[in-house]
Design a protein around this ligand. Structure first.
Ligand SMILES: CC(=O)N[C@H]1[C@H]([C@H](O)[C@H](O)CO)O[C@](OP(=O)(O)OC[C@H]2O[C@@H](n3ccc(N)nc3=O)[C@H](O)[C@@H]2O)(C(=O)O)C[C@@H]1O
Ligand SMILES: CO[C@@H]1[C@H](O)[C@@H](O)[C@H](O[C@H]2[C@H](O)[C@@H](NC(C)=O)[C@H](OCc3ccccc3)O[C@@H]2CO)O[C@@H]1CO
Length: 313
């Protein structure tokens, strides 16, 4: 049975199953436990200032899997970004009622679906610098949260987001916190330490900015990709932001739709991997990701039914 509503403004036709049938209470948690050992929904989505005044439980890992060694800079950046979480997201992260998210890949489709109450809909979560402006007909215009790191921050955040979009920094290295501090406190810019030049002027409201809890990166790496947290320098590998976003959504939502995920075959040297620019898989050569390994993880999620795909995979 299809149960969906899509507004004219955000038209994109795909069938969405009746979530009441697809997702009885607690069912999602049982399924996700098969995927993620010790699965718990107890971890906060964002880092909080209070936890850094006096660090009681020191993280065992450094970035990107923990905050070990970054406590001082975190205290400073959290002091400038400590605003309350919007009501809609607060209810999702507090576990109130059934939750549905369009946790989506680079080609995220923005949809506004309506379900019978009580449903909290959190659509959609976008990644990196994926644009909206000029692509609204295909990807929609609403962005609830955007995950990014300095090198993937959009140079014009106001154009590509809504005034209330939460801009969620995914920290990979201590310089990522330094960038945020420089930008938001208008301190002297440092250009070194980034693998690509991030914005030096970034017109975003600090009230919109949050820092993602690295716990979700740890779980993505350790549980979904079986990566060691202590990798020898030579075999560096890390999850993509997309897989991280799916993991995050699985911790806060009872139904997760993904769109735009899936890379072309490695022999396919011509197919573009983004809807907004002509770049191929080759661009990812130095990216430290294992996309075929990730594809297996996503296939397993689709098989288990914890994630629904809105596009071709
Ligand atoms: C050159 C390079 O480093 N490219 C990386 C880019 C780049 O840094 C940003 O776009 C900013 O320019 O970022 C990445 O990812 P990227 O920004 O390309 O895409 C976001 C996420 O969508 C999923 N994806 C994307 C394209 C595609 N054809 N299939 C997919 O499944 C992936 O899960 C991906 O994570 C990243 O952050 O993970 C991973 C990419 O490797
Ligand atoms: C989710 O990862 C993001 C992106 O998908 C990756 O491609 C990117 O990988 C970069 C990696 O993080 C860089 N490592 C460090 C420690 O900064 C690596 O650095 C090598 C380098 C240095 C200077 C100039 C060019 C390259 O470069 C990788 C990209 O080629 O990481 C993203 C998260 O930051």
């Amino acid at each position: 049975m299809a149960w969906y509503y899509i507004s004219r403004e955000e038209s994109f036709s795909f069938p969405v199953q009746d979530v009441r049938m697809a997702c009885p209470q607690g069912e999602m948690e049982k399924k996700v436990t098969l995927l993620i050992g010790n699965y718990t929904r107890d971890h906060p989505m964002f880092l909080h200032l209070n936890d850094y005044f006096w660090v009681k439980n020191r993280s065992p890992y450094e970035l990107p899997y923990g905050t070990k060694g970054s406590e001082d800079i975190l205290l400073r950046v959290l002091a400038i970004t400590s605003y309350s979480v919007p009501e809609s997201i607060q209810r999702v992260s507090a576990g109130d009622g059934k939750r549905d998210a369009n946790g989506t890949g680079h080609g995220e489709i923005g949809t506004r679906m309506q379900y019978p109450l009580p449903h909290l809909v959190l659509p959609p979560l976008r990644l990196n610098n994926a644009p909206v402006h000029g692509y609204e007909a295909d990807v929609g215009s609403k962005t609830t949260m955007r995950l990014f790191y300095p090198e993937s921050a959009h140079f014009d955040p106001r154009r590509e987001n809504n005034p209330d979009t939460l801009l969620v920094l995914v920290p990979f290295k201590p310089m990522d916190f330094q960038w945020l501090e420089m930008i938001l406190n208008d301190k002297k810019r440092i250009r070194k330490g980034f693998w690509k030049q991030p914005p030096l002027i970034w017109d975003a409201n600090p009230e919109q900015v949050r820092i993602l809890n690295p716990y979700f990166m740890e779980i993505t790496a350790a549980k979904l990709l079986n990566l060691s947290m202590k990798q020898p320098r030579k075999i560096k590998q890390k999850p993509t932001t997309g897989l991280l976003a799916i993991t995050l959504a699985l911790h806060f939502c009872d139904l997760v739709h993904i769109a735009g995920f899936g890379y072309p075959n490695s022999a396919n040297k011509k197919q573009s991997i983004h809807y907004y620019e002509q770049i191929t898989l080759k661009s990812m050569a130095a990216s430290e990701h294992n996309v075929s390994h990730e594809a297996l993880a996503i296939k397993r999620m689709l098989e288990l039914g914890v994630v629904k795909n809105l596009t071709h995979f």
